[in-house]
Design a protein around this ligand. Structure first.
Ligand code: GDP
Ligand code: ZN
Length: 351
């Protein structure tokens, strides 16, 4: 995407909007601050961030008088960035507002690139990424592996969910079974469903997958993520759809992530941006690490600075020859390394 320079007037306008926003937040913070000083804040208690709007967050009370209700909270200035899925300590104020005073430890953090390629935290404490694929549209080359690399380096487990099983025919069955078999052999959970055939209710496979877990759905456009989510929470889906429509389906959407409670137990964190998770720039070290079976071979190449691109004495090539790395994954590994190197070279030229 070509970077566009903002003209002076646009810069001025953006600056003004930012200043106004900051002033507004500061005023509100003052009000809560005053309440705090007057001893008007309630006791410290645990809460869950379910949505994030700039300086304010929606926090669901996890205990106490407010248990289960949602309170619009401000954040004490000394807390680093909070995201949907974070657990926090907050204190109730007046008029259904509150103050977040601390963030609890995170199990993990899902990030995605902003418009300038810098990683931005989006959601926390995720039990698994559900990577949705389908016979149609056929998985883009390397896309599955890129998502899996992202899952490995952020330490959020990934499972693969094949949707649209109703579209499996004698022509594509073998190919799909082989593909899923490769990931199963690597230890990834593989599940199958058809959102169309399951109709209004989730399929038993999907229900078992999301039950009592905090899930995010990712995968390329058109594989059926919205359709599956609709089976999980028929009442909420209009909101999700409205969000993704208003922002389009581009990679650089900024819509905030929201946490939804699922009727069967468990939570879903969703935003158009999250669905594109994993498509950022990765270093060669991250890519090596992100391929489980390749990780094992690191450090065994003949040359310390081996680029693993057919270099002599490469331990990864040797492992592939011995059948410990599949030809498909090796090819994909090389392709991702190459893409990233090219992307970097292009980036350097532009800057
Ligand atoms: P998303 O972009 O991943 O959210 O995909 P959508 O949920 O918007 O689905 C894309 C298209 O695939 C829509 O036309 C859906 O009706 C269709 N679709 C979704 N699930 C299935 C399925 O299980 N079988 C078939 N045949 N079509 C499906
Ligand atoms: Zn090597």
């Amino acid at each position: 995407m070509a970077k566009r320079r903002l003209n002076k007037q646009q810069q001025f306008r953006i600056k003004k909007v930012q200043e106004e926003r900051a002033a507004r937040a500061a005023r509100k913070e003052k009000v809560v601050q005053a309440q705090a000083e007057a001893g008007e804040l309630g006791p410290e208690q645990k809460g869950l961030v379910i949505a994030h709007y700039g300086q304010q967050l929606d926090v669901e009370a996890l205990e106490g008088d407010h248990n289960g209700s949602v309170v619009r909270c401000f954040v004490r200035a000394n807390i680093d960035s909070l995201v949907t899925g974070d657990t926090v300590i907050w204190r109730p104020g007046k008029n259904e507002t509150g103050v977040i005073v601390a963030r609890c430890d995170r199990q993990n953090l899902l990030q995605r690139p902003d418009n300038f390629g810098a990683l931005k935290p989006v959601a926390a404490n995720i039990d698994h990424i559900i990577l949705v694929i389908a016979p149609e549209p056929e998985p883009h080359d390397n896309l599955i592996d890129r998502y899996l690399v992202a899952s490995e380096i952020t330490d959020i487990p990934a499972v693969i969910l094949l949707n649209k099983t109703d579209l499996i025919t004698d022509r594509n069955r073998e190919h799909i079974d082989a593909l899923l078999g490769r990931y199963e052999a690597l230890g990834y959970g593989v599940f199958r469903t058809s959102a169309v055939e399951s109709g209004e209710t989730p399929s038993p496979e999907v229900e078992a997958l999301v039950k009592n877990q905090t899930s995010v759905f990712v995968g390329q456009s058109g594989v059926g993520k919205s359709s599956i989510i609709q089976t999980l929470m028929p009442d909420e889906v209009l909101r999700v759809a409205a969000v993704s429509e208003s922002t389009g389906k581009g990679v650089h959407t900024t819509t905030t992530a929201k946490l939804f409670h699922l009727p069967m137990g468990g939570d879903l964190i969703d935003s158009p941006g999250i669905r594109e998770f994993g498509l950022w720039h990765m270093t060669p070290q991250e890519i090596e690490y992100g391929f489980r079976e390749i990780r094992e071979e690191i450090g065994h190449c003949k040359f310390r600075n081996c680029r693993h691109m057919g270099d002599p004495g490469c331990a990864i090539d040797a492992a592939a020859d011995e059948g410990r790395i599949s030809p498909e994954r090796l090819k994909s590994f090389h392709r991702i390394l190459q893409d990233m190197a090219e992307q970097q070279a292009r980036g350097l030229k532009v800057n």
